[in-house]
Design a binder for this molecule. Structure first.
Ligand SMILES: Nc1ncnc2c1ncn2[C@@H]1O[C@@H]2COP(=O)(O)O[C@H]2[C@H]1O
Length: 222
């Protein structure tokens, strides 16, 4: 039986469906649906390349399929870990693949107040202190997000290393990409930012109230 006609039809149908999936993939705005559609496109093109003996397409999509699958797995893991962090304030180890290590020695200043900001830090070890407020940041804390979200993109405080340690730095460009791709990460950042903002407002209110309290004069001895 001549199967060449069947192979031709399978190839044409496959190309038609693959074209639809390519358009769908390229029109996806977020990373997870984009990878899902890319994987479906790879599978269709592999399946249709076999009967038509289109080996170039077969090899290309056989290479792209594991790449897309791995990237999808990474994204899903990221979203899962971010959700855990949002719910229970767990460690942010999931951020590690997107960061650069930086060693800090005691006395070193990571950034100064009012300086232009382009990255945030995740504290891995050592001790770090915000100079103006005196707040000591624990291991596992993320610091430097105000610089990204404030209109002037400048630091609101100075960060000093008190005891030698290590931080992971992540650029705002990278954070913006994660923010757009993962609404859960964006939500985590907003919660962190607003919690600290409220804390700072409460501290300022306390200071103001303290200064506004009328000083009661000591009664003079008779
Ligand atoms: N109340 C707070 N507690 C912990 N960290 C804070 C607090 N307020 C500000 N910060 C951090 O201090 C950082 C100083 O640099 P940024 O302004 O870029 O970002 C700021 C926040 O990440």
């Amino acid at each position: 039986m001549d199967t060449s006609h069947l192979a031709e039809h399978a190839g044409a149908a496959g190309s038609f469906f693959a074209s639809i999936f390519v358009v769908a993939t390229l029109s996806m705005r977020t990373m997870i649906p984009l990878r899902v559609f890319a994987i479906l496109t790879n599978i269709i093109l592999i399946a249709t390349a076999v009967p038509t003996h289109n080996y170039a397409t077969l090899i290309l999509h056989a290479v792209l399929l594991p790449v897309n699958t791995y990237r999808l797995h990474q994204m899903l893991q990221l979203v899962r870990n971010v959700k855990k962090s949002v719910n229970s304030d767990l460690s942010m180890d999931w951020l590690r693949p997107f960061t650069t290590e930086r060693k800090c020695t005691a006395g070193e200043v990571l950034f100064y107040k009012d300086e232009k900001a382009d990255s945030m830090f995740y504290i891995v070890s050592g001790r770090f202190r915000l100079v103006e407020s005196g707040i000591e940041l624990p291991v596992g804390a993320l610091v430097g997000e105000f610089g990204m979200l404030s209109p002037s993109n400048t630091r609101t405080q100075t960060l000093e290393c008190v005891e030698t340690g290590m931080v992971l730095s992540v650029t705002y460009d990278q954070v913006e990409q994660l923010y757009v791709q993962n609404p859960a990460f964006g939500f985590y950042l907003l919660r962190l930012f607003s919690a600290r903002l409220f804390e700072n407002i409460a501290t300022l209110e306390q200071r103001l109230a303290h200064h506004a309290t009328p000083q009661v004069a000591e009664p003079k001895p008779a």
